[in-house]
Design a binder for this molecule. Sequence first.
Ligand SMILES: [Zn+2]
Length: 225
Amino acid sequence: MRMLITILTIAFFSGLISVCFAKEENFCSNQILARETKSGFTWTLTSRLGEILHSAEKRYGKRDMSWTILGIEFTNQDQPEIWYPSPSDNRKHVIIQLTKKASQDKKSAIYQLSHEVIHLLSPAGRDGSSVFEEGLAVYFAISNMQTMNYDINERYISGKKYKQAYKLIDNLYKNFDNAEARIKQLRSKVKRTRDISPQQFSAAFEGLNKRYAQLLATKYSDWKL
Ligand SMILES: [Zn+2]
């Protein structure tokens, strides 16, 4: 019996170790601890942020450089988000907040980080993002992780609204040649992604249903499914 308990205990802890290299106050240290290697340091969420941001900029155009990205932190909230810590917008500081789940699960962390990177391209501030921007964030998160060789597809998306927002962008990719270049061009015409108007969507995606263009430009929090 004691032998069995010992085996089960070892199995339990080796299971934990395979998920987390080591645990420090519930956080996976291999996501935040940069260990020195021959050529630099191991990947952390911070160095991943640089790579993901670079990838998003290549696909959708440069970010608004007037904002300063302070870093990444974890919260007890259910949703990741962009947080503006200063009392006024003058400082233009931004923090990426990931969930507690992301602190313990690397796949969740990279997924959430990829999503938030789209918001970092042009932070919407108090005005909030549009349906298009949220859809693009979900679409990019999935496709970016596929390029990073993660086994992931749209079934990973949680929440009815996010799933629907993903479909709106996926449809653009499927129905228009060079959809990505058109999105990049659209972004270059506005200060923030959330500001792209229905008329601009219609001009960039000729033949697009007017109500579809209108929906893309709708404030995400106003969208009722
Ligand atoms: Zn979002």
